[in-house]
Write a protein that binds this ligand. Structure first.
Ligand code: HEC
Ligand code: HEC
Length: 437
């Protein structure tokens, strides 16, 4: 078996079917990547037949593939295309917010390839980091570290961003870009940037295509996703974008409570399934502080996606060291702000309790600190976003002036946006058989 596995690396990949004699049907089945299915790999390497690979068996498998990490994929593809939509959200709402381009529809083989790419350290120059090194499923695909560490041990300039519901960013007719400063116009364009980034992964795209072509699992995965084994940067970008778009999270306490209220056709603002504190937080978030909608959090982080439609300045500093959108040299994105300095676009607030630390520079460790900032820490920056600059709210540029109870209520509300299934969903988990340590 081991010898056959080694030969697999030497022979042309599609014709080589190490499991053919034993596994007949699936080796020659329609799915070109079936040779990396759990069933086929276990049949070859699970010597003691206990349905899993122990350390020894893992080592044997890895040796058979020349000592590299290989993916072990589900026997039947996971379903990435179905969206579990709660009753409180209409199909139209999701359709309008969806940033999927016509040329890159979400498919199961495409997302499966994207999953392997996102977890593959071979995408970095020296094999040290994968996308997932800085986008950890347990942290809703953000990084618990204030700054992430790239392939060469250097720190990133900004805090990593969560990827929850990154598919639903089209809001109020706007198509915001990706990253804190919106510099990537589409998710497809975004996906190739970290790969080439000098701090993050340090790869040249043309070297990457060659490198991936030599790994046994990619030609069949590309064939399954795109109809041929050809590996191009465009295909890599499309698959990564498909997988990221499959990371939909609409199963939080907030969704259950909103769906229950919608079912009862109960338009009253309080949710039965929320505590009084959560309802107070919801009201402050949605209806605004002092009952004035313009002064609510939802103006900038609107439900049900809780994504932002554009970069804004929230007065973290009077002078920003990192100018965010302002460094890109574009005209101001708001008529009432002189420039774009200090403007940033946060990702979705869904799963926000899991993505600490917060803000583009990860300066706040807790949600309490974030809310305290909005309450009393806002600096009167000339580019400050609409809500906290209003003089009606007391001194301009000092924040929303929330009581301690109100601050705690906002944090309690933010915690209802956590989707525990999302962070343990096997569809989004690491597919690789890693070396035992
Ligand atoms: C070394 C750490 C690191 C690696 C590796 C990394 N990222 Fe990131 N990611 C970040 C940081 C930091 C940001 C914010 C950067 C900025 O705004 O300038 C970010 C932002 C993003 C965003 C923007 C999210 C939004 O809401 O706008 C996406 C999408 C993303 N990364 C996907 C990926 C993908 C796909 C890969 C692999 C191809 C990857 N990242 C690799 C650290 C990393
Ligand atoms: C004017 C628009 C605006 C309003 C109003 C607003 N936010 Fe924000 N929010 C932002 C921006 C912009 C960022 C990112 C700021 C940065 O990193 O410089 C952000 C970041 C956050 C973050 C951290 C996100 C992350 O991934 O690190 C949380 C949590 C948050 N806001 C909650 C709230 C709450 C709660 C309220 C209401 C009290 C609120 N926001 C009101 C624009 C706004």
């Amino acid at each position: 078996m081991i010898r056959i596995g080694r030969c697999c690396l030497l022979l042309s990949l599609l014709t080589c079917t190490p499991a053919k004699s034993e596994d007949g049907p699936e080796a020659g089945s329609a799915d070109p990547a079936a040779q990396f299915s759990r069933k086929v790999l276990l049949r070859q390497f699970d010597r003691n037949r206990d349905g899993r690979l122990n350390d020894k068996e893992t080592s044997v498998l890895r040796d058979a593939f020349g000592g590299i990490d290989v993916p072990m994929l589900p026997d039947e593809s996971y379903d990435y295309t179905h969206v579990d939509r709660p009753g409180s959200i209409t199909p139209e709402q999701l359709r309008n917010a969806d940033n999927t381009p016509e040329g890159n529809p979400l498919t199961n083989p495409g997302a499966t390839l994207g999953r392997v790419l996102l977890y593959d350290r071979q995408l970095s120059e020296n094999g040290a980091v994968s996308c997932a090194s800085c986008h950890d499923q347990k942290a809703a695909f953000a990084d618990p570290r204030r700054f992430s560490i790239g392939f060469n041990g250097e720190r990133t300039r900004r805090n990593s961003m969560g990827l929850t519901n990154i598919r639903y960013t089209h809001l109020k007719g706007r198509r915001p870009g990706f990253f804190w400063d919106e510099r990537a116009p589409t998710l497809e364009a975004q996906a190739l940037m970290p790969i080439q980034d000098e701090i993050e992964m340090g790869m040249k795209l043309k070297d990457l295509n060659k490198k991936l072509g030599k790994l046994p699992y990619y030609p069949p995965l590309f064939a399954a996703a795109f109809g041929s084994t050809e590996i191009t940067s465009e295909r890599i970008a499309r698959a990564l974008a498909q997988f990221m778009r499959s990371m939909v999270s609409l199963r939080s306490k907030f969704d259950r409570a909103a769906a229950a209220a919608a079912e009862k056709d109960d338009n009253s603002t309080d949710f039965d399934l929320f505590t009084a504190q959560e309802n107070l937080g919801k009201s402050l978030f949605m209806e605004g502080i002092g009952g004035i909608a313009e002064f609510g959090c939802a103006v900038c982080h609107p439900p049900p996606t809780f994504n932002m439609d554009k970069a804004q300045n929230v007065g973290l500093d009077l002078k920003y060291r990192d100018k965010g959108l302002g460094a890109l040299g574009r005209q101001s994105n708001e008529p009432f702000t002189p420039s774009n300095d200090g403007k940033f676009k946060a990702s979705s607030l869904r799963n926000i309790a899991l993505t600490a630390p917060y803000m583009h520079d990860g300066r706040f460790k807790t949600l309490d600190q974030v809310v305290k900032h909005y309450s009393s820490g806002v600096q009167p920056h000339p580019n400050l976003g609409l809500a906290p600059r209003e003089e009606e709210f007391g001194a301009p540029g000092t924040g929303f002036h929330l009581s301690k109870d109100e601050q705690a209520a906002l944090v309690a509300f933010l915690r209802t946006l956590t989707d525990d299934q999302f962070v343990s969903d096997p569809r989004f988990s690491d597919p690789f058989v890693r070396a035992p340590h």
